[in-house]
Design a protein around this ligand. Structure first.
Ligand code: ADE
Length: 229
């Protein structure tokens, strides 16, 4: 793969990614060659005749654990394709994914995203074949696929050329640790609710000032934790 930013996703459910990778900005950016996504079916790397990818946990207990052989096979194959890309595991035990990490990953030569399933993956895989673990939030999903798609979306929109207008990345929420200001479009009055006068004034300084103030107040009220940082 020699696109500017190759991504390899390792999953037991490759079909999950069909539609999101075709849709909207993501689909267009792939068509234009800004990045490339390969999807590996972990099952293709199973080593037994039943293509088994999970097994009972040693020590007993509920649920199944992803077996090391298929997963490591898929990880080694991805490593060959993308030798310099960090190998990331999506798991609720990972570090919390945020805009700072999205920016870090956009600076990598590509990424390998491994989607965990069942009750988890064999610990030896995590320890020896994974570089970084990420969680998209404090809740448990049925697997890492949705989380991997979140990472793909947040990272690729930061790549050069993916968004038409680079200002929209610079301007937005989380760039300066505040939430975005309120936005309005036509009509000027909608069912008795009016657009703030200052936005219609054409006075750029006053508009800037209003937006800064609106953004600060919003952040104070909704996400004071962002200001503490
Ligand atoms: N897999 C299951 N839950 C997850 C989460 N919150 N983040 C990342 N991967 C997950």
């Amino acid at each position: 793969m020699d696109t500017p930013f190759p991504i390899q996703i390792l999953t037991l459910f490759p079909e999950f990614f069909d539609s999101p990778l075709k849709t909207s900005l993501t689909g267009k950016a792939i068509d234009r060659g800004h990045f490339e996504v390969g999807v590996s079916d972990i099952r293709d790397f199973a080593t037994d005749k039943h293509n088994k990818c999970d097994d009972l946990p040693y020590g007993g207990g509920a649920g199944m654990v992803m077996k090391p052989e298929p997963l490591v096979g898929a990880l080694e194959d991805a490593r060959e394709k993308l030798p310099k890309a960090p190998r990331i595991l999506l798991t609720p035990q990972g570090e919390p994914f945020d805009q700072t990490i999205a920016r870090q990953l956009a600076d990598e030569p590509g990424i390998i995203l491994t989607c965990g399933r069942y009750e988890g993956v064999d610990e030896r895989v995590r320890q020896h074949w994974i570089d970084r673990e990420l969680s998209i939030g404090d809740y448990v999903l049925t697997g890492g696929e949705v989380a991997a798609m979140v990472v793909v979306d947040a990272v690729t929109r930061l790549l050069p050329g993916v968004l038409g207008n680079q200002n929209s990345v610079a301007d937005e929420s989380f760039c300066d640790d505040t939430l975005e200001y309120a936005q309005y479009t036509r009509p000027r009055s909608f069912r008795g609710h009016d657009v703030p006068d200052v936005l219609l004034s054409g006075h750029h300084e006053k508009i800037e000032q209003w937006r800064r103030e609106n953004s600060r107040r919003r952040t104070e009220k909704r996400r004071p934790d962002l200001l503490d940082e």
